[in-house]
Design a protein around this ligand. Sequence first.
Ligand code: FES
Length: 117
Amino acid sequence: MSNTSMSNTAMSSNTLTVVDREGATHDLEWEPDQSMMEALRDNDLPVLASCGGTASCATCHVFLEQDVFSTLEERSEDELELLVEAEGYRECGSRLSCQVGFSRDLNGVTVTLAPED
Ligand code: FES
C-alpha cells in the first residue's frame, strides 16, 4: 500500500545540469517526451526557440562536452548550416538542442547555453 509514484516519476526522467550565460548552474528534469530544447525552455531557461524546434532559428544553440557530443548522431546538413553561422560555434560541441532527442545515455550530462547572436 505504499505510494511509489514519486520514485517512478523520478526514474523515468533524466537529470540535466545547465550552465546559463552568466555561468550559474541549474539542475533540471528532462522528461522522455521532450527534446532537449523543450526541457530547457519548460524549466524557464532563456532559450528563445523562436522557430518552435524546426531547426531554422538557432536560438536553441548549446554546447555539449566533447565526450558526450561524440556519442550523438551526426548533425544534419540543415542543423550544421545554422550552427556554423551562430555565435561561438564549436565544431566539436555545438548542437541545436531542439534536434537532440531524449536518450538515457544523456542522463546527468552538462549543457552550456551558447551566447545569444
Ligand atoms: S528551436 Fe529553432 S533551431 Fe532549435
